[in-house]
Design a protein around this ligand. Sequence first.
Ligand code: FAD
Length: 405
Amino acid sequence: MHGAPPRGGGASLLYGRPQAPRTLPIFRGRRHAGARRTLYNPGGNLQHAKVTVLSESPTSIGAAAPIAAETVIIGAGPCGLFQVFELGLLGISAHVVDSLQHPGGQCAELYPDKPIYDIPALPVCGAQELVDRLLQQIKPFKPQLHLGHEVVEFARRADGRFHLATAGGISFDAGAVVIAAGLGSFQPRRIGIAGAEPWEGNAIQYRIKNAAELAGQRLVIFGGGDSALDWTLELLSKAASVTLVHRRREFRAAPASVARMREQLAAGRMRCFEALPHSLIVEDGALRGVNIKSPDGAIEALPADRLLVFFGLHPKLGPIAEWGLALEKRALQVDTEKFQTSLPGVFAVGDINTYPGKKKLILSGFHEAALAAFAVQHHLYPQKKQFLQYTTTSPVMHQRLGVPD
Ligand code: FAD
């Protein structure tokens, strides 16, 4: 099935002939069990930042004025999303910020197609399906989702409110903060070869901000998952050349994408190697290519203008650890009445928190979100009398949910 190796016995070339441009469709949503239509426009377009269709107005990057928010939730994983719901039932609005380009946290990023069996009343539920259901459930509350934004700044203001800012330049003036940051902010796995750092963000890219910039360039794409395959197929018609490098012969990407890629290989429109990145080729202060190393140790030099690296993402606690909140084993300490951190007005739910008996389960995070919502309400409106209402019978909750009485 595989083509002849290159002359001189380099890294194993799966196929390699001159390329001819051809327009190919690209998958623009995240796949998941059942491939249901999603309620939002997740990951595929890989823009630097965006707001989902759940929100009413777009995020203004670099906006001078901070966004005034009743609550800011850091993290759009299952617990952050359910926090929107619990706050919404109490009439409290939320902005949700996530460094990923799509909502769903670990469920969407790490195991979208896997079934979950311990969500109450759902004997089995796909992880991405759970995210889709949560997005549908919070729709009546019109949360504003700021995706592709890592929260990097946090401070308590003199007036008791909170300043938050993202690396992308959005800032918030929030009455309360719920940290639902899970295992941390997902960061791209880096290429892992010496001397790469100065090139990262320009000649070496982990996410594509502007595909038009890549037109006419010689591209080497690393990875074997959906991102690597989707971008390979998308860029074939635009780039001067595309070479895909993956450490194994088997690809993790959707079978349809792999089949389409193999068609392109067979037609000689691209090349593909089974190899790892080895070292950069730099001449006259410019990146000219990359050496790759095949499983048998052979080194092959690939000329390139850009290296696109899609080795997946891994979570990093990152800036949250430096905000002065009490930590235990890299988790935020909370009480079990309010799920409040060591700073009043700042709450933490889901995998990011710790307390005696803590279990990192979605179910636990949902319970925490329900109690934290009441605590947020009390923090924002201490005079307000609190009482428990049932969604079954409460007219005010029906109004908030948009259901007829
Ligand atoms: P996460 O899902 O981790 O989401 C946190 C979000 O916060 C992320 O999207 C991250 O990008 C964002 N974030 C973090 N820091 C920042 C920042 N500074 N700025 C912006 N955004 C930030 N649990 C179960 O109950 N049942 C199961 O069957 C189950 N199966 C699992 C299978 C696997 C393979 C894995 C890995 C986990 C499984 N879990 C299961 C655990 C479950 O996925 C987690 O408990 C759950 O995802 C925690 O949700 P969360 O919202 O707290 O955090």
